[in-house]
Design a protein around this ligand. Sequence first.
Ligand code: PAF
Length: 271
Amino acid sequence: MQVIETTEGFRKALEAQRTSGRPIGLVPTMGFLHAGHLSLMERAAVECGTVAVTIFVNPLQFGAGEDLSSYPRDLDRDQELAAEAGADFLFVPAVAEMYPDRMLTTVSVAEVSDGLEGSCRPTHFAGVATVVAKLFNIAGPCRAYFGEKDWQQLAVVRRMVQDLSYPVEVVGCPIVREPDGLAMSSRNARLTPADRQAASVVSRALFTGRAAIETGVGPAEVRRLVASTIAAEPRADLDYAEVVQEGTGWRLLAAARFGTVRLIDNVGAAH
Ligand code: PAF
């Protein structure tokens, strides 16, 4: 696996791979890799000729007072894990490499960015869309793998690709969970032992909600059920619980804080 720090180096390395005719799999991450990230890389390794992983803790997507400075980082460990999962290239730009000057250009995706995470973190999705647009521009035509834990982020990226005609196929991949149901997230590492134990209430509430909606309980009541289940955990501070229509089914989503750590999760449900 080759580690690359410059945008030019990354662009040229992928350009050289493109002549093979097999697709390039891009896995954008913010590092502190876990089994969820590794599942994206392993899938990309099966489906693509080249796997390119990016690790960049993107300041643009953190609001004031959010956890940019405390976001967990361990590049040495990440390098080992990415190589084992089949990465051929690891792009690890510094902030000054990605943003050499003040950013005067922002990509924002209207409507899809509203509500849910967009209500709690008003500048977040513009920061995500802007950095993902940059990564797509640097990487060139590729298949890009994203986890479904960030369900709204996936919708934002898909819409940006559609609206701006990026030559990128976006691949959404299932959430990977801990044995107690907690969705894998780099932020889980920052939970205290007591909060870690309490945090499984989020997935438990969503699974309970899914069972209810699939037996015919209405979405408003299911939303209340998910919210009250999470709120009953004294260590949880609920941001939101929502039920939205998705195709012919439903998507149940929730966000809650445990101490200083904010977690999100979601599950799909049949109609
Ligand atoms: O999901 C993430 O890790 C980030 O939001 C992403 C897509 C890498 C953009 O910084």
